[in-house]
Design a protein around this ligand. Structure first.
Ligand code: ADP
Length: 267
């Protein structure tokens, strides 16, 4: 869209004979952003409505049909607890996403040791790994590796990736977290730290790879829900990595497991 507004003459000004102000707006980009916003609101509403409908249904049953049945009561209450936890996770992830998006232009400056961040994330996820009999392995270069960043957000990046590797990787298998560095990461134009989170799961078909970091995009919706996923984890990862001027790369082949690779510019 092009808007032309006549400008009056300004004696002695930059436009002594008058002129025109031409504004060129890229409407396609604006329309696309607006469509994305509408989709997002529709998705959030749908995601919130699913557990809410279940909750209302069980409340209704507990008040009437199952009023005097203690066994049913316990079972329904535990389902309600799970649905409430799902809503809680969804709202938590929505808040994280909106916080990261609003801070995206401000570069974080704290010195963060990624080695310690990885150890913390691995330790916190040990019970999740144990429940699926997954062995969490940590290897790579020893010693601290520092980047400029936000320690909480970087912890969230690696927790999300390691948790996904446990959830979508194979049971009774390994998840390997490797920390290293590269002399020159072309897209970052310099030395970078590299963290690889590799699983031995079914892997992801190539057609899904470009869309994985979209909000609410899931390869297998049923499996994601069953694992308690919100569909926002990788969107949050992408935004945090981009706020740190880093890069996220995914390598996966159906049947061969996945590798999620994070590059962060070295401090
Ligand atoms: P979710 O909450 O569903 O896990 P994410 O944004 O974290 O959402 O991931 C989006 C989707 O990407 C998941 O639903 C899953 O289908 C796929 N995915 C993520 N990590 C892996 C992995 N390590 N192996 C296979 N698929 C994965």
């Amino acid at each position: 869209r092009v808007t032309v507004s006549p400008m009056p003459a300004e004696p002695g000004g930059t436009l002594p004979h008058g002129g025109a102000l031409v504004v060129i707006e890229d409407i396609t980009a604006l329309e696309e952003a607006e469509a994305q916003r509408r989709d997002f609101v529709a998705n959030v509403s749908h995601e919130l409505r699913t557990p809410l409908t279940a909750l209302s249904g069980f409340i209704e049953t507990l008040l009437h049909a199952a009023k005097d049945d203690p066994v049913a009561r316990t079972r329904f209450l535990s389902i309600m607890e799970r649905e409430a936890a799902r809503m809680n996770r969804l709202v938590g992830d929505l808040l994280s996403l909106s916080r990261v998006e609003s801070e995206e232009r401000r570069r974080p400056t704290e010195k963060v040791d990624i080695s310690a961040v990885l150890n913390g994330a691995i330790q916190a996820l040990a019970p999740v790994a144990e429940a699926r009999n997954v062995t969490l392995l940590r290897d790579g270069e020893p010693g601290p590796k520092r980047v400029s960043g936000d320690p909480d957000q970087l912890t969230q990046v690696f927790s999300n990736l390691i948790e996904n590797a446990i959830k979508y990787g194979a049971r009774d298998a390994q998840v390997r977290v490797t920390l290293g560095s590269v002399e020159h990461e072309p897209t970052l134009r310099g030395p970078a730290l590299r963290v690889v989170v590799a699983d031995q799961g079914e892997g992801i078909e190539a057609i899904h790879l470009p869309r994985l970091t979209e909000r609410f995009y899931r390869v297998d919706t049923h499996r994601s829900r069953e694992q308690g996923g919100t569909g926002l984890g990788l969107a949050i990862v992408k935004h945090i990595v981009s706020r740190h001027r880093g890069r996220l790369k995914v390598e996966s082949e159906k049947g061969k497991g996945s590798r999620f690779i994070v590059y962060l510019p070295l401090a």
